[in-house]
Design a protein around this ligand. Structure first.
Ligand SMILES: Nc1ncnc2c1ncn2[C@@H]1O[C@H](COP(=O)(O)OP(=O)(O)OP(=O)(O)O)[C@@H](O)[C@H]1O
Length: 126
Protein backbone atom coordinates (compact mmCIF):
# COMPACT_ATOMS: atom_id res chain seq x y z
CA UNK A 1 0.00 0.00 0.00
CA UNK A 2 2.80 2.38 0.95
CA UNK A 3 4.69 1.62 -2.30
CA UNK A 4 1.47 2.16 -4.27
CA UNK A 5 0.87 5.58 -2.65
CA UNK A 6 4.50 6.58 -3.22
CA UNK A 7 4.18 5.68 -6.91
CA UNK A 8 0.99 7.74 -7.26
CA UNK A 9 2.59 10.67 -5.41
CA UNK A 10 5.62 10.50 -7.73
CA UNK A 11 3.34 10.49 -10.78
CA UNK A 12 1.84 13.80 -9.59
CA UNK A 13 5.32 15.15 -8.85
CA UNK A 14 6.52 14.30 -12.39
CA UNK A 15 3.37 15.82 -13.91
CA UNK A 16 3.87 19.07 -11.97
CA UNK A 17 7.54 19.04 -13.05
CA UNK A 18 6.29 18.84 -16.67
CA UNK A 19 3.93 21.79 -16.19
CA UNK A 20 6.69 23.82 -14.56
CA UNK A 21 9.13 22.95 -17.40
CA UNK A 22 6.58 24.09 -19.99
CA UNK A 23 6.04 27.43 -18.18
CA UNK A 24 9.78 28.01 -17.79
CA UNK A 25 10.83 27.02 -21.31
CA UNK A 26 7.92 28.21 -23.46
CA UNK A 27 7.22 31.96 -23.89
CA UNK A 28 3.84 31.03 -25.45
CA UNK A 29 2.94 29.10 -22.31
CA UNK A 30 3.63 32.18 -20.17
CA UNK A 31 1.40 34.21 -22.51
CA UNK A 32 -1.41 31.66 -22.06
CA UNK A 33 -1.02 31.86 -18.27
CA UNK A 34 -1.13 35.69 -18.39
CA UNK A 35 -4.22 35.53 -20.62
CA UNK A 36 -5.86 33.10 -18.16
CA UNK A 37 -5.16 35.49 -15.25
CA UNK A 38 -6.67 38.37 -17.28
CA UNK A 39 -9.77 36.27 -18.04
CA UNK A 40 -10.22 35.46 -14.32
CA UNK A 41 -9.91 39.16 -13.37
CA UNK A 42 -12.41 40.24 -16.05
CA UNK A 43 -14.72 37.34 -15.12
CA UNK A 44 -14.80 38.48 -11.48
CA UNK A 45 -15.24 42.11 -12.53
CA UNK A 46 -18.32 41.30 -14.63
CA UNK A 47 -19.53 38.68 -12.12
CA UNK A 48 -20.15 36.13 -14.89
CA UNK A 49 -22.53 33.21 -14.28
CA UNK A 50 -21.51 29.69 -13.20
CA UNK A 51 -22.13 28.34 -16.70
CA UNK A 52 -19.95 31.09 -18.18
CA UNK A 53 -17.20 30.29 -15.64
CA UNK A 54 -17.36 26.62 -16.70
CA UNK A 55 -16.93 27.61 -20.37
CA UNK A 56 -14.06 30.01 -19.55
CA UNK A 57 -12.25 27.49 -17.31
CA UNK A 58 -12.75 24.77 -19.96
CA UNK A 59 -11.31 27.06 -22.66
CA UNK A 60 -8.28 27.99 -20.56
CA UNK A 61 -7.65 24.33 -19.72
CA UNK A 62 -7.95 23.40 -23.41
CA UNK A 63 -5.35 25.98 -24.48
CA UNK A 64 -2.86 25.15 -21.71
CA UNK A 65 -3.28 21.41 -22.34
CA UNK A 66 -2.71 21.89 -26.08
CA UNK A 67 0.42 23.98 -25.39
CA UNK A 68 1.87 21.33 -23.05
CA UNK A 69 1.23 18.57 -25.61
CA UNK A 70 2.76 20.81 -28.32
CA UNK A 71 5.86 21.29 -26.14
CA UNK A 72 6.10 17.53 -25.55
CA UNK A 73 5.85 16.83 -29.31
CA UNK A 74 8.47 19.51 -30.10
CA UNK A 75 10.80 18.03 -27.49
CA UNK A 76 10.48 14.48 -28.87
CA UNK A 77 10.89 15.71 -32.48
CA UNK A 78 14.05 17.63 -31.49
CA UNK A 79 15.34 14.46 -29.82
CA UNK A 80 14.69 12.03 -32.67
CA UNK A 81 15.20 14.42 -35.59
CA UNK A 82 17.61 17.25 -34.76
CA UNK A 83 18.41 17.62 -38.48
CA UNK A 84 15.97 18.92 -41.09
CA UNK A 85 13.34 16.33 -41.94
CA UNK A 86 10.05 16.96 -43.74
CA UNK A 87 8.12 14.65 -41.40
CA UNK A 88 9.64 16.29 -38.32
CA UNK A 89 8.54 19.67 -39.66
CA UNK A 90 5.03 18.37 -40.37
CA UNK A 91 4.74 16.93 -36.85
CA UNK A 92 5.70 20.31 -35.34
CA UNK A 93 3.33 22.19 -37.68
CA UNK A 94 0.46 19.86 -36.73
CA UNK A 95 1.14 20.29 -33.02
CA UNK A 96 1.32 24.09 -33.43
CA UNK A 97 -1.92 23.96 -35.45
CA UNK A 98 -3.65 22.22 -32.53
CA UNK A 99 -2.63 25.06 -30.20
CA UNK A 100 -3.89 27.64 -32.68
CA UNK A 101 -7.28 25.90 -33.01
CA UNK A 102 -7.58 25.73 -29.19
CA UNK A 103 -6.60 29.41 -28.85
CA UNK A 104 -9.08 30.57 -31.55
CA UNK A 105 -11.83 28.51 -29.89
CA UNK A 106 -11.02 30.08 -26.50
CA UNK A 107 -10.94 33.57 -28.02
CA UNK A 108 -14.37 33.04 -29.63
CA UNK A 109 -15.86 31.74 -26.37
CA UNK A 110 -14.34 34.71 -24.52
CA UNK A 111 -15.78 37.14 -27.07
CA UNK A 112 -19.25 35.52 -26.95
CA UNK A 113 -19.26 35.73 -23.13
CA UNK A 114 -17.63 39.13 -22.55
CA UNK A 115 -18.97 41.21 -25.48
CA UNK A 116 -22.52 41.54 -24.05
CA UNK A 117 -21.04 42.66 -20.69
CA UNK A 118 -18.77 45.16 -22.45
CA UNK A 119 -21.67 46.50 -24.57
CA UNK A 120 -23.84 46.89 -21.46
CA UNK A 121 -21.00 48.77 -19.75
CA UNK A 122 -20.52 50.99 -22.82
CA UNK A 123 -24.26 51.83 -22.79
CA UNK A 124 -23.97 53.04 -19.19
CA UNK A 125 -21.11 55.41 -20.02
CA UNK A 126 -21.97 56.56 -23.57
N1 LIG B 1 13.80 19.17 -37.62
C1 LIG B 1 13.02 19.90 -38.44
N2 LIG B 1 12.81 19.53 -39.70
C2 LIG B 1 12.01 20.26 -40.52
N3 LIG B 1 11.38 21.36 -40.18
C3 LIG B 1 11.51 21.79 -38.92
C4 LIG B 1 12.34 21.10 -37.98
N4 LIG B 1 12.30 21.78 -36.80
C5 LIG B 1 11.48 22.82 -37.00
N5 LIG B 1 10.99 22.83 -38.26
C6 LIG B 1 10.05 23.81 -38.83
O1 LIG B 1 10.20 25.06 -38.17
C7 LIG B 1 9.00 25.40 -37.47
C8 LIG B 1 9.35 26.03 -36.15
O2 LIG B 1 10.03 25.07 -35.37
P1 LIG B 1 10.48 25.34 -33.90
O3 LIG B 1 11.11 24.14 -33.34
O4 LIG B 1 11.27 26.61 -33.84
O5 LIG B 1 9.06 25.49 -33.25
P2 LIG B 1 8.41 26.79 -32.65
O6 LIG B 1 6.96 26.71 -33.02
O7 LIG B 1 9.17 28.02 -33.01
O8 LIG B 1 8.61 26.40 -31.16
P3 LIG B 1 8.54 27.29 -29.89
O9 LIG B 1 7.19 26.96 -29.30
O10 LIG B 1 9.69 26.77 -29.09
O11 LIG B 1 8.66 28.72 -30.31
C9 LIG B 1 8.22 24.08 -37.32
O12 LIG B 1 6.84 24.27 -37.17
C10 LIG B 1 8.59 23.38 -38.61
O13 LIG B 1 7.81 23.85 -39.69
Amino acid sequence: MRAYLKKRFNSFRFAFRGISAAVRSEPHMRLHVLAAIAVVVVGYTFDVTKTEWCLLVGSMGLVVTAEIINTAIETVVNLVSPDFNQLAGRAKDLAAGAVLVAAITAALIGAIIFLPYLLALAKVYF
